[in-house]
Design a protein around this ligand. Sequence first.
Ligand SMILES: [Zn+2]
Length: 366
Amino acid sequence: MSSVFYYTPRYLGYNLGPHHPLKPIRYRRTYDLLEGYGIFGPETPVVEPEPADVDLVRRAHTDDYLTAIRTLSEDPDAPVRSAYGLGPGDTPAFPGMWEASLLYTGASVQGAEHLLSGEGRRAHNIAGGLHHAQANRASGFCILNDAAVAIHRLLETLERVVYIDIDAHHGDGVEALFYDDPRVMTISTHESGQWLFPGTGFPTEIGQGEARGTAINIPLAPYTSDDTFLWVFHEVVPRAIEEFQPQAVVTQFGADAHFSDPLAHLALTTRSYEAMLAYYHTLGLPWLALGGGGYNIDTVPRIWSLVYAALANVDLPDELPERYRAEYGGERLRDGEVRIDEAESYRVEEYARRAVAELQRALGWD
Ligand SMILES: [Zn+2]
């Protein structure tokens, strides 16, 4: 049973610009932190990612969109009929974005292939989890939907795959790409679209046709913290998995649900992330973990290191490695006791209870 970690300095080529909140340095810092802990070895290898096969990418994206990415990648100012959501704005076009997008997507596909190659296998692609990308347009910093492409690769062999997304933002792209596909269950917890981009992900969105009941959404109020979040997670996820009986699990670990994140307003600490990781462990399923959002670059490496440590079945000491501290600062891996005040004005707990009740009604759970 081996747990692969995908990394290359070329990940830093997914660069949306010097003032963009998505900082590619978060990939290097995560690698440096894990490396500082000495976690990599024969059963926990670092594997160099390769670009995704374009034919596989086509299963999630339209040809005209892929052509536009390629054209704008060569010349971001090229005259195109439609820019398909590629800048100016959240997701600006940049030179080399075609190659950079194929690379992070390729790592997620390699992760899927690693899972298929044997029992109990695990893989982690921190540059993946770009969940907003749609079939025919870029959205929310995401160009290619690597999660969807990797799931398509899993479906070549498996019959049912569950995708669980705890990013602060609704996992709208992955959901939309499988909204009518009964082979894929998507579960997303997120800050409610009432307050946050992309404005979707309500409990009544449950999939359509034969896939009714395979899209699950739990919107949360700003300032939702560990106790409320973990209540929601345990109320919904185990039951959904029990009913769906997936053969593999794909988890998107956006670090922007953390209380320190500057772009969203949820208030999780590392305690929530570790509790979820412990739960995924108990499933004993092939497990592909992906990155996602995360805009506090001191926080992201800590969370994603906890993710990989869980995959690798290693308990990391709380004190950050000397070398990492010297270069980047910080002291502890975990948050410890953090006092979070769930803002009373948002009625955090009540909002969560109502969302879960509404979901249960929509799914016909009693
Ligand atoms: Zn996000």
